[in-house]
Design a protein around this ligand. Structure first.
Ligand code: SF4
Ligand code: SF4
Length: 225
């Protein structure tokens, strides 16, 4: 899932300052699970913004709130049609994908980000998330025992470990397991240690064309009918 964190209140207040009527828009998927921008966070932020305005004696905004199941899905964006006519801006608490999807659909309306989007990751324990994938577009997990060297190695090296490893820990932090030691251990368990002897050529991520687009086979078949 995509992991994000809500921006601080002052930054959000600066973003919405030029607009009078603001729709605070939550997303019911990833940002709900990581407690950054679901229905609950929308309500909490709404209250916090109102209180801040009352305290400052500068209560010029009219807020409304709504949460879509997914902001990145055009199907759900149709549900906003009536609401967007009554606001001057949308404060989206979705990840960067959701913010852009809403901005593309409602091109005449400012759509402001209410969260910072960090990475794709997994929950380690309640409230703690670890990065697991950088969407590099050429997944190597089959060769690395299901452990991603790009996100879990500090240097993202494809042939490790580097000389900085000590007692199984990364040189960047004594708290952090070296990804390549973890890869070695996993491959050993899987009896695939031969993979450690292979050489993986360096990858130049700057040559990957952006923005990427995937056209699925199903789409081609439908388009060709
Ligand atoms: S190699 Fe790592 S960053 Fe690339 S797709 Fe696989 S998990 Fe994601
Ligand atoms: S010690 Fe391990 S995780 Fe840290 S940078 Fe070197 S190879 Fe990567």
């Amino acid at each position: 899932m995509i992991v994000a964190e809500q921006k601080n209140l002052e930054e959000i207040r600066r973003e919405i300052a030029p607009y009078s009527r603001v729709l605070i828009l939550g997303c019911g998927t990833c940002v709900t699970v990581c407690s950054a921008g679901g229905e609950r966070e929308v309500a909490l932020l709404h209250n916090a913004l109102r209180m801040a305005e009352t305290r400052s004696g500068n209560g010029t905004h009219a807020f409304s709130e709504f949460t879509l199941k997914r902001q990145c899905d055009p199907e759900f964006l149709d549900l906003l049609k009536g609401r967007v006519e009554e606001v001057d801006a949308i404060l989206s608490l979705a990840c960067g994908i959701g913010v852009q999807a809403v901005a593309e659909r409602f091109a005449d309306l400012p759509v402001l980000p209410g969260v910072n989007t960090f990475f794709m990751g997994v929950p380690k324990e309640w409230g703690i998330w670890d990065e697991r994938c950088a969407a590099c577009g050429d997944c190597r997990l089959a060769e690395t025992g299901g452990i991603c060297p790009i996100t879990r190695c500090t240097k993202g090296i494809l042939n490790g470990p580097c000389a900085g490893v000590k007692n199984g820990k990364c040189e960047a932090s004594k708290e952090m397991d070296c990804a390549w030691v973890e890869i070695y251990r996993r491959l050993e368990r899987l009896q695939q240690l031969d993979n450690m002897r292979r050489y993986y050529p360096p990858r130049n991520f700057r040559t990957i064309p952006r923005p990427k687009r995937i056209v699925t086979k199903a789409n081609i078949e439908v388009g060709g009918m």
